[in-house]
Design a protein. Structure first.
Length: 55
């Protein structure tokens, strides 16, 4: 193999690695967004209960 083939193989491997990391980051962000949504929902319910008790 000459240097051109080695370069193309390295670039292909790099692009696959970038795609895997990108997918992992997207998945991680979605999980984080779901956790934030759950925390907001819980805080809203606690606020509603507090307001009902203090009327």
């Amino acid at each position: 193999m000459d240097s051109t083939h080695m370069f193309l193989i390295a670039m292909g491997a790099f692009s696959i690695l970038v795609a895997i990391i990108g997918f992992w980051l997207i998945t991680r962000r979605q999980e984080k967004d779901e956790a934030i949504d759950a925390a907001i929902f819980l805080a809203q319910r606690q606020l509603e209960e507090y307001l009902k008790q203090n009327k």
